[in-house]
Design a protein. Structure first.
Length: 444
């Protein structure tokens, strides 16, 4: 592909590694981060801009990395004739309003779990007491991304859910203004996703398994994600029964980007939980590990409505988030004392700009004077930046899940970063969950 101009627009600095990869592939890149606390992320790796709107005319492709209003911008720019990877108001709402997402699935003939929206905690408590069962509490609106507020009920009579609702009323009632109670289903949690080029799904599709809890064995507080295992495949029964029914609507919307649907499946059926109509993090880094097609070519083609002819590696991919205190919590004092500006060191020398399989999240590269001015791969030092304590994602691939795991964890062994922690079991779920999905026929 000829040299192109790529403009990346981010709210919290999530897409920096992808912007860096596109630059590594020989293209010109400018990167905008809206959040002031995250503005240093990717300094020294890519060129930054303070005004993305002023760079629209410069860009051959514009890439948005989130929802929360980005769909409105992407829609407008497409109407003006620009090539854009990003959502629409409709697809933003699929994620922001989980009840709407469930309604859309039902309208498209996809089975969903019983659920009900509430704006009053006492009303929700009465509902559970009158309809005893296991429920999942899912916040909506402003606090929906505070993952620790998602509560998965364990008691058959819903007693624990009642206790949590009463606690949330006291602690979060002023911010948690709406939420859903969804019936809990037992089974395997698995997500199915694919890229969309404004007209149709791009094949192959992606099957992935998120590991959301902080500690190995899937215990501890929810984090959003500590790592993911995945593989690319031709469309499966799981895909055809969940995302495929949305194809015509997504085409009518002109959606361009990646869309993912998290599900619970068992021998009785498939139950979609929620949409992610954007890149997943760290999912997009792990997906790239499995791609033969350069991600810059993929973006350029789908933004222009073309089939990119996506080529992928056979086998499996694993990605592990390498974290620092206070993740997954917010504590500025702890971050400043233990993590801010910490040096990231690699035991072995590497060719090019990055060690194999290492991706940046909250990291920057600085020169001898401590700034990104004049920094080069030769004189630069990797440092922790941002505010959340997720500096790196490390990936691996292999013909088996165990081989992919081994490569990822061998690469982590090469990293020296005081106070770092990570889960050491990313990929283990495949041993049991894969057999179940195969026996139930969802991967055929």
């Amino acid at each position: 592909m000829d040299r192109r101009n790529f403009l990346f627009v981010s709210i919290d600095g999530l897409v920096g590694d992808v912007a860096w990869r596109v630059r590594e592939q020989g293209h010109d890149v400018r990167y905008y981060i809206e959040s002031e606390s995250e503005r240093e992320i990717a300094d020294g790796f890519v060129e930054k801009t303070d005004d993305w709107e002023a760079d629209v005319a410069w860009a051959d492709v514009i890439v948005f990395d989130d929802v929360f209003g980005h769909g409105t911008h992407a829609e407008r720019l497409r109407e003006e004739g620009h090539a854009v990877v990003g959502g629409t108001e409709y697809t933003d709402r699929l994620e922001e309003d989980k009840g709407f997402g469930q309604e859309e699935l039902a309208d498209h003939g996809v089975n969903i779990l019983p659920r009900r929206r509430f704006t009053d905690f006492d009303e929700a408590v009465s509902f559970v007491q009158d309809n005893p069962a296991r429920y999942v509490i899912k916040p909506s609106g402003e606090v929906q991304n505070v993952k620790r507020l998602v509560y998965v009920g364990e008691d058959d009579d819903g007693g624990d859910v009642v206790d949590v609702l009463r606690a949330y009323k006291k602690a979060w009632g002023h911010r948690m203004q709406s939420f859903e109670l969804q019936r809990r289903a037992e089974g395997v949690e698995v997500a199915i996703g694919a890229f969309f080029n404004g007209n149709e799904f791009v094949e192959p599709v992606n099957v992935n398994f998120e590991h959301k809890k902080l500690f190995p064995g899937n215990v501890g507080p929810p984090t959003g994600e500590m790592g993911t295992s995945m593989f690319w495949t031709e469309p499966t029964s799981l895909f055809e029964r969940t995302l495929r029914p949305m194809e015509e609507t997504l085409a009518e919307e002109g959606y361009v980007g990646y869309i993912d649907l998290n599900c619970i499946v068992n021998g009785r059926g498939i139950y979609p939980l929620e949409f992610t109509p954007r890149f997943g993090y760290p999912g997009i880094f792990i997906q790239e590990e499995g791609m033969k097609t350069p991600i810059s070519e993929l973006f350029y083609d789908i933004a222009n409505g073309n089939d990119p002819g996506l080529e992928v590696h056979r086998g499996f991919q694993v990605g592990v988030r390498v974290c620092l205190p206070p993740f997954p919590f917010n504590d500025d004092a702890t971050f400043d004392e233990n993590s801010k500006n910490a040096a990231i060191v690699f035991r072995e020398a590497f060719e090019g700009e990055r060690p194999p399989g290492v991706h940046i999240e909250d990291a920057k590269r600085v020169g001898p004077d401590g700034t990104a001015e004049g920094v080069t791969p030769a004189n630069g030092q990797w440092r922790v930046s941002g505010s959340s304590g997720i500096p790196l994602v490390v990936t691996g691939k292999g013909t088996s899940m165990r081989a992919a795991q081994k490569q990822a964890y061998d690469r982590i062994e090469d990293i020296i970063l005081p106070n770092m922690y990570y889960r050491d079991d990313i990929g283990d779920r495949w041993v049991n969950d894969g057999d179940k999905l195969l026996s139930w026929g969802y991967l055929r």
